[in-house]
Design a protein around this ligand. Sequence first.
Ligand code: 13P
Ligand code: SF4
Length: 368
Amino acid sequence: MPLTGLFGPEDFGAHATSKNPVAARGPSRERFASLPAPSLEWTPEVERATAHLYERVKEVIPPVEWPFMAPYIKAINELKRERNAVILAHNYQTPEIFHCVGDVGGDSLKLAIEATKVKADVIVQCGVHFMAETSKILNPAKTVLIPDSRAGCSLASSITGEDVRLLRERFPGVPVVAYVNTSADVKAEVDICCTSSNAVQVVESLGSDTVIMLPDQYLAKYVASKTKVKIIAWKGACEVHERFTGDELRSYRAADPDVQIIAHPECPPDVIKEADFTGSTAHMIDWVRNNKPKRVVMVTECSMADNVQAELPEINFVKPCNLCPHMKRITLPKILDSLLYMREEIVIDPMIADKARRSVERMVNLKN
Ligand code: 13P
Ligand code: SF4
């Protein structure tokens, strides 16, 4: 069914402008010993020590590039042991990060669940700021670092906690679901969170005939098409997925009628209509693993196709290369600095974190 309402900041008199994530100088810098900067020379020893990692990415990283990456990869993996740290890497990270330094890789739901299980002292989040905040919310005793705190998200910056309070005044008693792509302030104001993996299930779990779902209007439209629950949405959009068009996909099909097209639900409806399958990043990867198409277009951030190509070299990926500028702020040199200098630490006001935890945990604890 179509959306029941679509709201944005201009619909409220007093809109508090959302802030971009800011760098935090957290308490942990003082608690951790300073460490010497490692050598970053390409030597036979580095080549030997990283040969097994190159095997994982040789389909997608040319041999001439490896000597620039391998010294960082070796140093980061050693520093992880010294700092007792784990790296959680989102599916949109580049292959040298995802396959060679990440300890756990996945979509935002998997990373949130894994964050609750981390035993190490330090989590380095290779993803964007809201993902690092989610890890801190779920495992507050850990030091959570993000290699560049400017790694934001157009969805997270489209709405504030104040906007949610105004929506609640406008629609008293209507439960509010927030996509995890939101700040801790927003998560603290809502009833439950969702990801693109579980959005329909979360909306239906509330037992209400109407639900406010924010901030992604396209995810909301997708959910509305899959459920009888009436959805009131927010006017946010992902700057990467909203650029895809139905025409673009039709031209791929015209060039090869057998090509398979799979899309993320953050895409606009005309794109979803053209797709053979729609799902979260994890569901898209599972679809490719299970269906083994000859040729496939992954309509999402383009590093993900590289990560799956590394694992499944026999599949031909057509790559419309829309990069997320925020995800791409995370690089090997910044991860190294993050572990060396314990920056940039995620700090959340404990009162906000406690309220936000209720919404995220309610999602994580939903039974399948
Ligand atoms: P997933 O939840 O599918 O990993 O998506 C997160 C995201 O940022 C998509 O743009
Ligand atoms: Fe946000 Fe879109 Fe980047 Fe995902 S791809 S982090 S939704 S801007």
